[in-house]
Write a protein that binds this ligand. Structure first.
Ligand code: NAD
Ligand code: UDP
Length: 388
């Protein structure tokens, strides 16, 4: 833990302590952001969420930062306290969302309401009260790459113009409406457009963040341990769960989709730069990812299996992976982004940010955490089910 010191922005000016209203503070990204805010800054957080487990360690009384964090258990869908908390703050960070792909095609209405309808009042309160907003969108707003529509071996697929995802140039390409996977991306895109329009027409000071597969400790849940047994989290937790239980990792539709993964702690550095450098961050949309950490999902499975063997001392499974259709795994209406490489030009220019951690290193740290946190609980759950 680093000692909190007075902080300077990128132009050498002192950063005054801010009061930050963080909505969705109890989630994966929120928990890491709260940690850094408490441990390394003098900022105050009004933390809003329906859950607090992932930040409970920061909320215990008597800690050096206790006077700077306040938890408000509220559902932003229907709680009149929200506007009051926004009025008390200098900056609002909105992370609240339904953001696991298993929900996009099976709970499309909840997904749309959560990512669009519930975010609307937050934008409006910020605009009406002159508050700065950092809103979390997603890389999924890009949808599919232009190159994905070319024949499989077409040489233009290698041309960055056909796959690199740029905030100010790339189109947003979604599948048909019956592919309800795109309910999330579409809702996120529309709220981005509302925020952008509030900036243009009413002077809202905003920054939009497009995370590209941020991963690390505390992401999602392990089914049957700290989440529902039938729940389907994002790929890191799905594969971790398989590894912890000694089951083959399931490759959806052959595991050919490609992703770039960034370590949560690198990504949080980028958010800090946005918080503390409003003059450089306002009015911008930022890709935040690690273009150097690209793998297919199959390669990710192989790498995680190899690293988990080292971390746990267990042997490699005889059958490390199995194929499964998306219909069987996610149900009707699933579709996928083929490839996600972020263009880093804008964030490098505005904030000088670059990710540092390689995929093997971040997986080593994360799988060590998963093993320490869950291996015993899973062992007990397995022996209980054998006994019954
Ligand atoms: P998360 O699910 O861990 O966190 C979201 C938090 O919001 C949860 O704690 C949830 O309880 C809370 N929340 C949801 N609805 C709420 C409501 N109505 N009232 C109060 N709290 C509510 O997800 P995360 O990975 O931390 O993602 C945070 C944001 O970043 C989301 O907007 C997501 O779409 C975006 N994002 C994340 C990634 C990633 O790589 N992790 C990728 C793309 C986009
Ligand atoms: N995936 C998989 N097996 C799993 C979970 C996910 O093959 O057990 C695939 C999924 O189909 C997608 C990729 O992994 O191609 C990443 O999925 P994730 O849930 O992390 O979210 P996304 O990156 O699609 O938003």
């Amino acid at each position: 833990m680093t000692e909190a010191t007075s902080r300077l922005d990128l132009d050498g000016n002192n950063v005054s302590p801010l009061t930050i209203c963080m909505i969705g503070a109890g989630g994966f990204i929120g928990s890491h952001l709260c940690e850094k805010l408490m441990w390394e800054s003098e900022h105050t957080v009004l933390a809003i969420d329906v859950y607090s487990d992932k930040i409970q360690h920061l909320l215990e009384p008597g800690q050096a930062w206790s006077s700077r964090i306040e938890f408000h258990r509220l559902n932003i869908k229907n709680d009149p306290r929200l506007e009051g908390l926004i009025k008390l703050s200098d900056l609002v960070i909105n992370l609240a969302a339904i953001c696991t792909p298993a929900d996009y095609n099976t709970r499309p209405l909840d997904t749309i309401y959560s990512n669009f309808t519930d975010a609307l009042p937050v934008v409006r309160y910020c605009s009406d009260n002159g508050k700065r907003l950092i809103h979390f969108s997603t890389c999924e707003v890009y949808g599919k790459t232009v190159g994905s529509f070319l024949p499989k071996d077409h040489p233009l697929r290698q041309d960055p113009d056909f796959y690199l995802l740029s905030e100010d140039k790339s189109p947003c390409i979604f599948g048909p409406v019956e592919k309800q996977r795109w309910s999330y991306a579409c809702a996120k895109q529309l709220i981005e457009r509302v925020i952008y329009a509030e900036g243009a027409e009413n002077g809202l000071e905003f920054t939009i963040v497009r995370p590209f597969n941020w991963i690390g400790p505390r992401m999602d849940f392990i089914p049957g341990v700290d989440g529902p047994s039938e729940g389907v989290p994002r790929v890191l937790a799905c594969f971790s769960n398989n590894l912890l239980r000694g089951e083959p990792l399931k490759l959806v539709d052959g595991g050919v989709s490609q992703r770039t993964f960034v370590y949560i702690k690198d990504a949080i550095e980028a958010v800090f730069l946005m918080i503390e450098n409003p003059s450089r961050a306002n009015g911008h949309i930022f890709n935040v990812g690690n273009p150097n950490n690209e793998v297919t999902v199959r390669e990710l499975a192989d790498l995680m299996s190899e690293i988990y063997c080292k971390v746990s001392g267990r042997p490699m499974l005889e059958v490390p992976t199995i194929d499964i259709s998306s219909k069987e795994f996610y149900g009707e209406g699933y579709d996928d982004s083929d490839k996600r490489i972020p263009d880093m030009t804008i964030i490098k220019k505005q904030l000088g940010w670059e990710p540092r951690t390689s995929l093997p290193d971040l997986l080593h740290t994360t799988l060590t955490y998963q093993h320490r946190t869950y291996a015993n609980a899973i062992k007990q759950a397995i022996s209980k089910s054998i006994a019954s």
